[in-house]
Design a protein around this ligand. Sequence first.
Ligand SMILES: Nc1ncnc2c1ncn2[C@@H]1O[C@H](COP(=O)(O)OP(=O)(O)OP(=O)(O)O)[C@@H](O)[C@H]1O
Length: 561
Amino acid sequence: MAGGGVVDGVRRWLRRRRGRTASAYQPLRSSSLARHPGGDGGLEVVPGPFALPAAIRVPARNSPPPPDAQLRNERTSDMEFFTEYGEASQYQIQEVVGKGSYGVVAAAVDTHTGERVAIKKINDVFEHVSDAIRILREIKVLRLLRHPDIVVIKHIMLPPTRREFRDIYVVFELMESDLHQVIEANHDLSPEHHRFFLYQLLCALKYIHSANVFHRDLKPKNILANSDCKLKICDFGLARVAFNDSPSTIFWTDYVATRWYRAPELCGSFFSKYTPAIDIWSIGCIFAEILTGRPLFPGRNVVHQLDLITDLLGTPSSETLSRIRNENARGYLTGMQRKHPIPFSHKFHNADPLALRLLERISKLSREPSRLPVSKFEFEFERRKLTKDDVREMIYREILEYHPQMLQEYIRGGEQISFLYPSGVDRFKRQFAHLEENYSRGERSTPLRRQHASLPRERVCSSVDSNNQDSDNEERRAISSIARTMISPPRSQEKGKNRASAYPNGIINLNSNPKIYLKSASISASTCIIRGNKGPKENGISEDMEEVVYELSDNVTRMLS
Ligand SMILES: Nc1ncnc2c1ncn2[C@@H]1O[C@H](COP(=O)(O)OP(=O)(O)OP(=O)(O)O)[C@@H](O)[C@H]1O
């Protein structure tokens, strides 16, 4: 879909530059770019086309005072108490390193490996269903997208209870800073830095888009950075999965992605269908900011945003205008005084001409290979109206992905598993509260308000992808996951029963309450999958089954709405 051709373009640019200024390059310091994990868990070899540029400055973090004595004592006693179980004593929290509207992020040490990690605490996850869905989406996407240029979730702490938990603690690899701060702190970035940053961003984007995912909120603050110039894309809370190639209507009414990096078609719902070009646009804006040190289109509102974009790129052609669905947007742009594009060499005086050629090409959609789309079953929840309990169950199921033994028990239908594995969350809560207090004092900051997440509902006409063979295992896991978690089983049938057996042979009573129908649909799919190894695809699910599940889902959605 996106990024592939542009990545090739960057490689060519790098090679040409290398030919010209070979002496300026140092030997490769890292081979991390050389091997990218594929979506199927394998490795794809990507040529590392250039050496790493010089280290960059990353602003120092404020270090709050060490925890007080009481906390130290609690920590010691907690550690002793939990040593036997591993989980809770595994991380020693050190300092708060960031705050977003969804959580506080602290640096910590994994005492098992000595590695430093970042732990994000998300409070009151279920206060609003839309926030909880955003978090579910983010942890799911990050579990499925594994790439050196995308931040990795290493672990998620086990909540103390399955049905009542409210906070979650997600353990990420620790990064030193983000691109926003890097741009602010480094006014002397070299062309080598520009290229290396862009290369990493495009590699990540190629991978994200080929998995059929749109990030939708790319901006410098959502790109984590290290002083060795390593970048990693984070914050997938607004990401969406494009399920197939057929038309999909996306309602963007409450879309809240940062305006400055927003593609023009999102400044007033121009079209009914959007493409990965929205992310390519954001990357173009970010790249321009890397080149100049200033945001390219710092619009004060949506109308001002369109003014700034057309000031540089000119007013759209009448052909483009005629495709704009939204009358207000079309009217505004049609009535705008005609503007001609400004040559990029005038706007970016000192930039490498090859970089500018690339920047001009970034809005082209045509070079977008696709491969290994993520399973649509993983994101089947996007098509439903979910209750808090539904989302809680799904998040719990996601968390179990990081607790394999418990996952096995969960799949077998065990209910009392948490007794065996005490959660470390209570201790974390106290430590975070302490650190946050100091962090806020040091920063004189007030807690950020959560922006209510965009929750555009997508209507997708299902069609079966033909190139999904590599993700068969993922599909099976996903369907199995839906079966277990999409909707909790009726309370009356929960205790001590194997859930699949509550619906023998997958027979569904169409006269029952629609919610039960929904549950039945999921469970019958699971039953089929569990027994489905005898089917035509050895380890896969049949395409018919996909359609059956979707048809059932659609029926239920209609019945519920
Ligand atoms: N893995 C990490 N390593 C180091 N710092 C991090 C990491 N993840 C996040 N941070 C820091 O914490 C801040 C908040 O994190 P994040 O953006 O994930 O929170 P959020 O609540 O989703 O934010 P937003 O309000 O943008 O949605 C980031 O801006 C970054 O500075």
